[in-house]
Design a protein around this ligand. Structure first.
Ligand code: SF4
Ligand code: FES
Length: 360
């Protein structure tokens, strides 16, 4: 099997974050500040990534702005020749810091939206006054002229705000909005009762996105991750395991996806011990689910096996306890019917959720 170089790297600079969104994609076991990679090590990882073929660097967290050396890290990434995208809630960004990031060469900003008004956003993010600060940041981003993507995570409690989220993206001059229905890994798994959309909401969101895509063609690109528990086919997670992207965790572990540590049979290499190139091409975790050889039936003989690669490995692990199983979202999985029943039961659940903990 030939292995292509990765196109994108997600650098989780820190797990620290002032917000506590219940669907946070960080692992439930958060990395402490004293275990984070230092500036020089990250700079070296960026050079190795560029050498490996990576073109786009996503600076993420937690909240990447919590790193005091963020401007230096952007300088290092640009010197390595990488396109840099900052994924942020905006909290902690000042106009001065944004100007410094602009001077450092930051190419793009992706701003997260927890809700379209202060009441919703501050409750979901667990941070009073956060929405107002985010609106200031959005204005400064526009004034400086950064290309902007708005990133709205949707769930049962805020899906009715989808039309307004799309409007806000247009008003802010964003080129793109990512409308992502919450994915149930890690923290979100603890709050499925509170966050699972209803089947009706999922259908309505499909229709809203289709209408907005047609109406805003040429103005706004809408990327859409539908509510997969209510779907018939799974998503091609990470574009296919070990095919296009890799994540580096705050402590230097290199992961095929953000939730990979939920698969207990995998061993992960660390940039403190091995070169990124060796980890990508030879690492056991990256090779565990590359291609189609590892598949079981019904994926093994399915005509879609190279379309979706059997769905999400972490979801198969979480739902049926076997990371090599067909993602139960798939209509051909023996667990599909049961998943749909469970999804409807979660969607009728209580509204209270588990907020993400603070990283030490
Ligand atoms: Fe995809 Fe496997 Fe379902 Fe086929 S059986 S559609 S490969 S998840
Ligand atoms: Fe890990 Fe989908 S989140 S493969």
């Amino acid at each position: 099997m030939s292995i292509n170089p990765p196109i994108a790297m997600l650098a989780e600079l820190t797990h620290r974050c002032p917000l506590s969104c219940p669907y946070c994609s960080n692992p439930v076991e958060l990395t402490r500040r004293d275990a984070e990679l230092d500036t020089a090590t990250w700079a070296d990882v960026f050079r190795q990534a560029a050498d490996l073929g990576v073109l786009q660097l996503h600076l993420s967290g937690g909240e990447p702005v919590s790193r005091r050396d963020l401007v230096d890290l952007v300088v290092a990434a640009r010197e390595a020749g990488l396109y840099t995208n900052l994924i942020t809630s905006g909290i902690g960004l000042t106009e001065k810091r944004l100007t410094e990031l602009d001077a450092a060469g930051l190419d793009h900003i992706q701003l997260s939206l927890q809700g379209t008004d202060a009441e919703m956003a501050d409750r979901i993010g667990g941070y009073r006054g956060g929405f107002a600060r985010k609106m200031d940041v959005a204005r400064w981003i526009g004034e400086i002229g950064f290309p902007l993507t708005l990133n709205a995570v949707l769930h049962r409690q805020n899906l009715h705000q989808l039309p307004r989220a799309i409007e806000m993206a247009v008003e802010m001059g964003a080129r793109r909005i990512e409308v992502a229905t919450v994915q149930f890994h890690g923290w979100a798994l603890l709050s499925r009762d509170a966050l699972m959309p209803t089947r009706e909401q999922a259908r309505e969101a499909d229709a809203i996105v289709a209408e907005a895509r047609a109406r805003l063609k040429g103005t706004l690109v809408i990327d859409y991750v539908p509510a997969d528990y209510h779907s018939d086919y799974p998503k091609r997670c990470m574009g296919g395991w070990g095919t296009t992207g890799l994540n580096v965790a705050p402590d230097g572990l290199v992961l095929p996806c953000h939730a990979a540590q939920t698969i207990p049979t995998l061993h992960f290499d660390n940039v403190r011990e091995k070169r990124l190139r060796e980890i990508w091409y030879e690492g056991a975790a990256f090779n565990a689910f590359r291609g189609t050889e590892w598949m079981q039936e019904p994926c093994r003989s399915c005509e879609r096996r190279e379309v979706d690669f059997g769905g999400c490995r972490c979801q198969a692990m979480a739902l049926v306890g076997d990371a090599a199983a067909t993602d139960p979202v798939c209509i051909k999985s023996p667990h599909h019917g049961e998943l749909q029943e469970r999804a409807d039961a979660f969607a009728a659940g209580e509204a209270g959720f588990t907020a993400r903990a603070a990283a030490g």
